[in-house]
Design a binder for this molecule. Structure first.
Ligand SMILES: *Cc1c(COP(=O)(O)O)cnc(C)c1O
Length: 382
């Protein structure tokens, strides 16, 4: 069959191409693990923790079993539980709200900015005041999410958290590598959690995550909590913890990927530039947070409404261009969480869920394919 490259379907994510690109570094790393057989918390985990802490300028990095477990360990360390209000955006991945509920705390959903999609500091302040006035829950923590690769407005969030005495946790699962006011994310909040799920900007070959903090006592607690609350010896149990360790094979994969991570971030930025330039007059392209660099986990545009989105998504599919919807339902409308929502209106989260659409962006997407994505978009948008 005669075909040109341009007739092939574009992958939304291409982990096989990335693996071929880094194979020369990956194989020796994996062979070393198979030779020493220290599969849990082996030497690669400590090496990775050191490199990641240096990369983002945090004093401590603690490798854990997933981004979700990173959030859970950070909240367990603060003793967050029943009666506590944990403020978080309604427009995010499910894990952000799942963790406070698992611990018996109550998520309080906050709306997001319509242009950057990040948690709205003004609405956060209003929501804290509402919870205080109602008097049923104790305002306890803020989980700010750096959504889609872009930093949240941490200076504004921190001002509110300080005034309200909230523990600050940065859910940086999608945005490790992003920069805010000259600093890599990892030090904006009292603790930062990230994820190494394979599709995240720095992804492993399975589940993994990490916690970052500048606080020595928090770091020590995180190390204890990830290993069943152990003390100075493995069989001394000081507190109720969990099995939340990062395994060595994942650390070895991440060490190989870290060497090319900055180059990959640069490719993502170039693709975003192509999309901005070619699509900016036809759809609403994502607004940038001022003085930041974006890790571009997701590049989402806004269509006119749900029907327009369905039509565009079908036309893209016919042209071999994949797309995805993050997120089709805001968390306050999820069946599992709706009963925990106090009923506050969250109109921006509702609106974004109805008409947002993510286009492919990954370090093995060629510029020619990025142009093809734009061609297909412009053809259907007329
Ligand atoms: C992926 C993600 C998580 C959870 O990370 P896992 O490693 O999959 O557990 C948490 N929060 C956000 C915003 C995420 O995107």
């Amino acid at each position: 069959m005669a075909h040109s490259t341009s007739s092939l379907a574009i992958p939304f994510l291409d982990l096989k191409a990335q693996q071929a690109r880094i194979a020369h570094a990956l194989r020796p790393r994996l062979d070393a693990v198979l030779a020493h057989c220290q599969f849990v918390l082996g030497p690669e985990v400590a090496e990775l923790e050191g490199r990641l802490a240096a990369y983002c300028g945090a004093r401590h990095c603690v490798g854990v079993s997933s981004g979700t477990d990173a959030l859970q360990i950070a909240m367990m360390a603060e003793g967050i539980g029943p009666g506590d209000a944990v403020f978080l955006p309604a427009f995010t991945y499910t894990a952000t709200a799942e963790v406070p509920l698992v611990l018996g705390a109550t998520p309080v959903f906050v709306d997001v900015d319509p242009r950057t999609f990040q948690i709205d500091p003004a609405h956060l302040a209003a929501r804290v005041a509402e919870v205080r006035a109602a008097g049923r829950l104790r305002p306890r923590a803020l989980v700010g999410v750096d959504l889609f690769g872009q930093p949240a407005d941490w200076p504004a969030l921190n001002r509110i958290a300080e005034a309200e005495d909230l523990f600050t946790l940065d859910d940086c699962a999608q945005s490790f590598g992003a920069v805010l006011h000259g600093a890599r994310l990892g030090t904006q909040a009292q603790a930062t959690a990230t994820s190494f799920f394979p599709s995240k900007p720095l992804g492993a070959y399975g589940d993994g995550g990490a916690l970052f903090t500048d606080d020595d006592s928090r770091a020590a607690l995180y190390r204890s909590l990830r290993s069943h609350g152990e003390g100075t010896t493995r069989y001394q149990v000081l507190r109720t913890g969990m099995n939340g360790r990062l395994d060595t094979v994942q650390a070895a994969v991440l060490l190989a990927k870290l060497d090319v991570f900055d180059d990959e971030l640069a490719v993502r930025e170039r693709i975003a530039g192509v999309y901005d330039r070619r699509l900016g007059n036809a759809v609403t392209t994502p607004a940038r947070v001022p003085d930041s660099a974006n890790a571009w986990a997701v590049y989402s545009v806004l269509l006119l409404d749900g029907a327009d989105r369905a039509r565009v998504q079908a036309a893209l599919r016919d042209a071999g261009v994949p797309s995805a919807i993050y997120y089709p339902l805001p968390l306050h409308r999820q069946p599992a969480y709706a009963a925990h929502h106090d009923g506050a209106a969250l109109p921006v989260s509702d609106d974004l869920s109805a008409r947002i659409l993510a286009l492919p962006i990954h370090p093995d997407l060629s510029m020619a394919d990025a142009e093809r994505v734009c061609d297909a978009m412009l053809a259907t948008l007329g």
